[in-house]
Design a protein around this ligand. Structure first.
Ligand SMILES: *Cc1c(COP(=O)(O)O)cnc(C)c1O
Length: 443
């Protein structure tokens, strides 16, 4: 007797109240935020919370220097500017990432070039990196996607061989490790996001780490309008020596990030335990492909990604349609699942139209005037494209959610996979899976 799926009128496995939201606010957050309010200091490049956060994040990662910024995107842009990427330079990143890994290059008048991903880790495929390098390539931005470190050894080797800078986009990977090393400390500069969703939230904000004093000093200038500081008086002299921006962080987000940092390892461990439980259980269901973590890596599961394979599930169905059907059925069972990126980044409209500054073709036109053409075709990134057709994110693996919730999520998967016919019958229903905003404190 087949069970009735929620999508065909049955009772859902999960309730919204089974989920607890992220981020977690405790008395540590209240205490540090109150410290800011009591101090009366809300901002400043050398203000106490900002300075303490920089010191503590450097200590946590083992980097020599840290700067906090307005966002992860700002940290990425600052990093490219600090190493001297300029107009017409090419910057290579992964085809499966968030837009900012690529748009930071555009912000520096440089041109993003994409490399397809590894089918198991979803990170930049180092085997495809060298083919993307030209005489114009200046930097590589490996992304530690969804909390899993990119394969840094071959990436560093290829980058060094070609004299390229390496900027790590660790915006999703606070505390992740590659062969015993913290991500962000392997390349020339590491960047992190402090936005609400991330493993280390501060509301908004970013972090920039480096061991290189030149990049530190450049970063400090770029972060604050390019304004020089007088060496004797330590005052700003309102004389910009280089092109800068206004990327300074503030005291309230810095205080929040410091309080969150006290709990980062403990909360990452909850993500890891929840993810390991899901992986152990979901791998028993034919057609469900849990995320892979190579043994030399510590994955911190910013996102828990599963893929679906209709053939392995014993169903004849086009893979994208199968994913849509399963995703909708799971969502109706009350499981908060849904896609994040829906296409490889180079397939986005901005790369199709190549309309940049002021709606002009800059920065691409800089090189196109020299006969160098850029074409961004989704088909050139078949692994990223296939992933985008077949994956969904299982939300709610963050603390304080625990194994009780994971068990119910597994139950929802079993129910849907035992009744795939029903799920497929409803593949075209107007249902819109995804996390509700509130899950990440933004509803
Ligand atoms: C979040 C994120 C960023 C940007 O961080 P913001 O703080 O939101 O600007 C950059 N890259 C990746 C991979 C991200 O996930």
């Amino acid at each position: 007797m087949p069970e009735k799926l929620a999508i065909s009128g049955g009772t859902p496995v999960l309730q919204r109240s089974d989920y607890q939201n992220w981020p977690i606010i405790t008395d540590d957050d209240r205490r540090l935020v109150n410290e800011v309010l009591d101090s009366g200091i809300l901002a400043g490049g050398t203000a106490p919370q900002v300075t303490a956060l920089e010191r503590e994040w450097a200590a946590y990662t083992g980097a020599k220097h840290c700067l906090t910024t307005t966002s992860g995107t700002a940290a990425l842009h600052m990093a490219l500017a600090a190493v001297g990427v300029g107009p017409g330079d090419e910057v290579i990143t992964s085809a499966f990432t968030f837009l900012a890994s690529a748009s930071c290059a555009l912000h520096q008048n440089a041109i993003p070039v994409f490399v397809d991903i590894d089918p198991r880790t979803y990170n930049m495929d180092p085997g495809k990196l060298e083919a993307a390098i030209t005489e114009r390539t200046k930097a590589v931005i490996p992304v530690h996607i969804q909390g899993l470190p990119a394969d840094m050894d071959p990436i560093m080797e290829i980058a060094r061989k070609h004299g390229l800078f390496v900027i790590e986009d660790a915006c999703q990977a606070h505390g992740a490790m590659y062969k015993g090393r913290m991500v962000g400390t392997i390349g020339d500069i590491g960047t992190f996001s402090l936005n609400n969703y991330k493993n280390l939230p501060g509301g908004e904000g970013g972090l920039f780490i480096t061991d290189n004093e030149v990049y530190l000093k450049k970063g400090m200038l770029i972060r604050c309008f390019g304004d020089e500081i007088d060496e004797v008086s330590h005052r700003r002299i309102y004389n910009a020596s280089i092109l800068g921006y206004m990327y300074r962080n503030q005291e309230l987000p810095a205080a929040l990030a410091r309080a969150q940092l006290m709990h980062l390892d403990e909360r990452n461990n909850v993500r890891i335990a929840n993810a390991n439980f899901l992986t152990q259980e979901l791998s028993k269901i034919p057609g469900v492909i849990p995320p892979y973590c190579p043994p030399e890596c510590k994955h911190v599961y910013f996102f828990y990604n599963v893929r679906f394979d209709p053939e392995a599930a014993g169903v004849e169905c086009e893979p994208r349609r199968f994913r849509i059907a399963v995703e909708k059925a799971l969502y109706k069972e009350g499981a908060l699942v849904g896609q994040w990126q829906t296409m490889p980044v180079p397939a986005q409209d901005i790369f199709q139209s190549k309309l940049g500054y002021g709606g002009s073709h800059y920065p691409w036109a800089l090189n196109e005037a020299k006969g160098i053409t850029y074409e961004y075709r989704a088909d050139d990134y078949p692994v990223a494209k296939e992933l985008c057709d077949t994956y969904t994110i299982v939300h709610g693996i963050h603390a304080p959610n625990g194994i009780e919730l994971m068990k119910k999520i597994v139950q929802a998967f079993h129910k849907v996979f035992a009744n795939l016919g029903q799920a497929l019958d409803h593949a075209d229903d107007p249902i819109y899976p995804g996390a509700d905003g509130k899950l990440y404190g933004a509803g």
